[in-house]
Design a protein around this ligand. Structure first.
Ligand code: ADP
Length: 477
């Protein structure tokens, strides 16, 4: 089975195709030239012979007409000339009179017989006919005999002669051509084999370099010269490998971050439990206090797991959004109503301002998560007292636009680029204190990208932060 596949891939290879192409493009014209040249040679020979016989016969015909030979047949000179012509061309000459009777036959076979073949009849109309029979190797001609200066045909010459010399010449040149063809075919074969091998060399080098890299024998970038194609290919491969390394590194970082984040609450719980266990007569209040802490850690652990699950669900490749047409004004009101108590508790004023009624095709659950995260963050990272969060909604014919603005603590400039990364927090301990997992904005971003939207952030430390979101009104799948 694998042998068959190997054979198949051999015939499928570029090398084999190049070899075949060169071979075909080399051989086909050669064979075509051979056929055309030999055929032309033969045709020219036949034409020359026809012309020669025709000339001789015309001279003879003039003499026959002048001496009225057809009627009395008693000219020895003409007899001799006809016989000579027949000998020279190794053929048979017949003289036919106006009654279609053969009056002279150099083979003495058909004298006195009547001949009404198509060619003879047409020659009595003044036409000269010639036919070359390649298969049996003879030439046939019929020529009219007319009185000098007149048009009337008084008789016809029928000449039938061997084409042996033409065929012998043709065979001689054919053999020569065949020998040349064999030599050229061998040359083209080796030329094609060599060229196809040469063309494939840079690709073989590339394959070798890739195999070395695959088996981990080399770690550097691949650089295979020899052709611009392989250079481009090696650059593309290097870029791909670099991308894959990045993806791998980010995946590894994510896994280590997840483990770390999940381990932190467990470590805290273990510490709390151990310290309780180490005290023999710990008072009930201490138990209560520690158990409350343990319950908080459990809650935190479960929040991280929830967020991780949301993040996975929001992954562009895995997620298949459930799209419905939603009234965005009502949708936002519902979200804000839910967050209102948290805002009140934090002393933050929450305001929604809609500039127009908007309906859009969205995945309600996924987008709700994204907007909630933004508004919750705006409340969480706000000032104590005097804080406000301003949410606006606007739209044009293509998109709807959301802004979530706060006058909170702001984000330092060097962190702005990183806040959408998973587990990134500007102030880890502060975020932890207020129940942050560092996953909220990553979830938000993924959800917005899933809706083919975009998100931007503008922030000033100590002044406030504005997140601007743009989402198409119609979902583009
Ligand atoms: P977290 O769970 O910590 O809130 P997020 O991914 O939601 O994680 O946010 C990442 C970080 O970005 C936060 O830890 C916080 O430092 C910063 N951040 C997010 N939103 C705001 C905001 N509105 N004002 C100030 N900082 C913010």
């Amino acid at each position: 089975m694998s042998k068959i596949r190997k054979e198949k891939s051999k015939f499928n290879s570029i090398q084999f195709r190049v070899f075949l192409l060169i071979l075909l493009f080399g051989l086909i014209p050669m064979f075509a030239v051979r056929i055309v040249v030999l055929r032309s040679f033969e045709e020219r020979e036949v034409a020359a012979k026809n012309q020669e016989i025709s000339n001789q016969s015309k001279i003879l015909a003039t003499q026959i007409a002048a001496s009225d030979y057809l009627n009395n047949l008693d000219s020895e000179v003409i007899d001799a000339q006809i016989n000579q012509l027949s000998n020279v061309y190794d053929g048979r000459i017949m003289l036919i009179d106006s009654t279609f009777t053969i009056v002279k036959d150099t083979y003495k076979m058909d004298e006195g017989k009547v001949i009404t073949s198509q060619e003879v009849v047409s020659s009595f109309r003044g036409e000269t006919n010639s036919r070359y029979d390649r298969e049996y190797g003879f030439l046939e001609m019929t020529l009219p005999i007319t009185n000098p200066g007149q048009k009337d045909v008084i008789g016809v010459f029928a000449i039938n002669m061997s084409a042996d010399t033409i065929m012998a010449n043709r065979d001689f040149y054919r053999n020569r051509a065949n020998v040349c063809l064999i030599i050229l075919t061998i040359l083209v074969f080796f030329g094609a084999a060599g060229s196809s091998e040469l063309i494939i060399v840079p690709l073989k080098k590339l394959r070798f370099a890739l195999e070395q890299k695959k088996h981990g024998l080399v770690d550097e970038e691949i650089h295979v010269g020899g052709s611009s194609e392989t250079e481009i290919l090696s650059n593309e491969i290097n870029a791909l490998v670099a991308d894959m390394k990045l993806v791998d590194a980010s995946r590894q970082e994510f896994v280590s971050n997840v483990s770390h984040e999940l381990k932190t609450p467990i470590t805290s719980m273990k510490v709390l439990a151990d310290s309780l266990l180490s005290q023999e007569d710990a008072p009930a209040e201490l138990y209560r206090e520690f158990m409350e802490d343990i319950a908080n850690e459990v809650e935190r652990e479960s929040k991280i797991i929830d967020d991780l699950l949301s993040l996975v669900k929001m992954d562009k490749q895995a997620a298949k959004p459930t799209i419905t047409l939603v009234n965005i004004n009502e949708f936002l009101e519902t979200i804000l109503k839910r967050i209102q108590p948290i805002a009140e508790k934090a002393g933050v004023e929450l305001v929604l301002e809609s500039f127009r009624p908007v309906s859009a095709e969205i995945d309600e659950v996924k987008l709700s998560l994204a907007i909630s995260n933004l508004v919750e963050n705006a409340v969480k990272y706000n000032k104590e007292g005097g804080g406000w969060v301003h949410v606006t909604l606007n739209a044009d014919h293509q998109f709807f636009y959301l802004t979530v603005e706060d006058n909170g603590i702001g984000i330092p400039e060097d962190s702005i680029e990183r806040i959408f990364e998973r587990f990134y927090r500007v102030d880890k301990s502060h975020s932890r204190e207020i129940g942050g997992t560092g996953l909220g904005l990553a979830i938000t971003r993924n959800s917005i990208l899933l809706h083919r939207g975009a998100i931007k952030v503008h922030s000033e430390l100590g002044v406030g932060t504005t997140f601007s979101v743009r989402i198409p009104l119609n979902y583009i799948s």
